[in-house]
Unconditional design. Structure first.
Length: 422
């Protein structure tokens, strides 16, 4: 059982580099199936979700290797169309392979996807988009069987701008016959990165980053070559850790302008930040003001993935803060653990009310999902005494070397392997 031990109350200070983005790399890995050849992707984080996606690609006949952040995917011998159940249960992004498999093989077999336990997370919007492009779906014995003789461009209008469904629609449409228009699509930076990547492979796409994406299908794509951008959610998590400990840290490779909504809240709490020579310097020593109301939203709103780490910071600020979670209905599971540590957070439906400034005390807590787990790390750094975080495999699904990074910033932190970083 993996666990992390932390002795809190040490202000973080120093400089840290940021891993490649998990949410950007996964759809690009799925896109490798659209070309016949060797895809090369650099600055790839060595995290569980990437390993799972590699496992799926290998089960489909691809040859994959990941060394020192360089991922290669050779699709020359790939011919499979079944996504193995073991990976589907582990990772929701496995359903991103439906689009490329239907485009390339005309069929796909999968199961209902898994991933973080943060809500119902249906895939109806994925299926809707693929059906519009000509796919049919059948359910048999818990499996989803998908077929499409030929994908054809279509008008897709989402009732909600789902990130994953937008990615799936794009992946399926780039080699479909004719024009596709995706309305009310997601505008997240990961969509923009995916479109840039596909364009470098020969796709014809316009409008990414707006509410409407237009695609003209092409006959074939060439294998891709890409550098993954830094992970904006990891940056936000580390800035939360700096704020919770009233520390000051420098991010050596911040993303460009992808964190504005988060930084605005950071400033409101009393944190300061500036960019110098391509670096982001964040001074959390003045963090002192509660946030009367904050709600998560689709991009460019406040990201749901940073809601829990921010909540951990707000428990350290005297006064009342309130958060409304609009994206995932079950993203307050961390509250019980924070309250065990001495926080005072009350949840009513989609809203959490935080009475901050109570003294956080170390104890044993359990991570139950990725971002909630990261938030427990943030709280532990600000708590008196020792905190033991169990269930750390959830944290490693998204954070490549969070313990080493925090240790390099002065945290006293150990993993259960017995390896002391400080
Ligand atoms: C992606 C990110 C995740 C982030 C989320 C929102 C990846 C690998 N994960 O997840 O980190 O928190 O965007 O920014 O990129 N929904 C439906 N039907 C569908 C699809 C989604 O009802 O077919 C609902 C979901 O249950 C959820 C909401 O839409 O309530 C948002 O989901 P979506 O935008 O699809 O998020 P993901 O792509 O799963």
């Amino acid at each position: 059982m993996s666990a992390i031990q932390i002795q809190g109350l040490r202000p973080l200070k120093g400089t840290v580099g940021i891993q490649g983005s998990k949410n950007a790399v996964l759809p690009m890995m799925a896109a490798s199936l659209l070309a016949d050849g060797v895809t090369v992707i650099r600055h790839v984080p060595e995290i569980e979700d990437v390993f799972s996606m590699m496992g799926i690609l290998e089960s489909l006949g691809c040859k994959c290797s990941l060394e020192k952040g360089v991922l290669t995917v050779d699709t020359k011998a790939a011919s499979g169309h079944r996504i193995p159940e073991e990976y589907v249960g582990k990772m929701r992004s496995s359903c991103l392979l439906l689009g490329p498999l239907l485009a390339g093989r005309g069929e796909a077999v999968t199961y209902y996807p898994g991933g973080c336990v943060i809500g119902k997370r249906p895939i109806d919007l994925h299926l809707y988009a693929l059906k519009r492009l000509g796919a049919s779906f059948f359910e048999a014995g818990g499996m989803i069987l998908a077929r499409a003789d030929r994908l054809r461009g279509a008008r897709i209008r989402f009732s909600y701008p789902s990130v994953g469904a937008t990615e799936n629609a794009i992946l399926a449409a780039v080699t479909a016959e004719g024009e596709t228009e995706i309305e009310n699509c997601a505008r997240e930076p990961e969509i923009v990165w995916l479109c840039r990547y596909l364009r470098s492979m020969g796709a014809e796409i316009q409008g990414e980053g707006t509410h409407c994406i237009r695609i003209t299908g092409v006959k074939e794509l060439k294998a891709g070559n890409m550098q993954i951008p830094p992970d904006r959610i990891v940056v936000g998590t580390y800035l939360c850790a700096a704020a919770a400990t009233r520390g000051k840290i420098t991010i050596s490779n911040p993303p460009e302008g992808e964190l504005d909504a988060f930084l605005e809240v950071y400033g409101k709490m009393g944190g300061q930040y500036n960019r110098r020579s391509g670096k982001l310097i964040a001074d959390g020593s003045g963090t002192a003001f509660p946030v009367p109301f904050l709600e998560t939203d689709t991009y460019p709103g406040f990201p749901t993935d940073l809601q829990s780490p921010l909540m951990a910071v707000l428990t350290t600020i005297p006064g009342k803060s309130r958060i409304r979670e609009n994206i995932f209905e079950n993203r307050f599971r961390i509250v019980e653990e924070l309250n065990k540590m001495g926080a005072s957070v009350a949840v009513s439906g989609r809203e959490a009310s935080i009475q901050g400034g109570t003294c956080l005390r170390g104890c044993t807590v359990r991570a139950r999902e990725l971002r909630g787990g990261a938030a427990l790390l943030v709280a532990a750094l600000a708590a008196q005494g020792e905190t033991v975080i169990e269930g750390c495999s959830f944290i490693y699904r998204g954070y490549e070397h969070i313990c080493e990074d925090l240790a390099s910033l002065g945290a006293q932190i150990e993993e259960d392997t017995g390896t002391a970083f400080l």
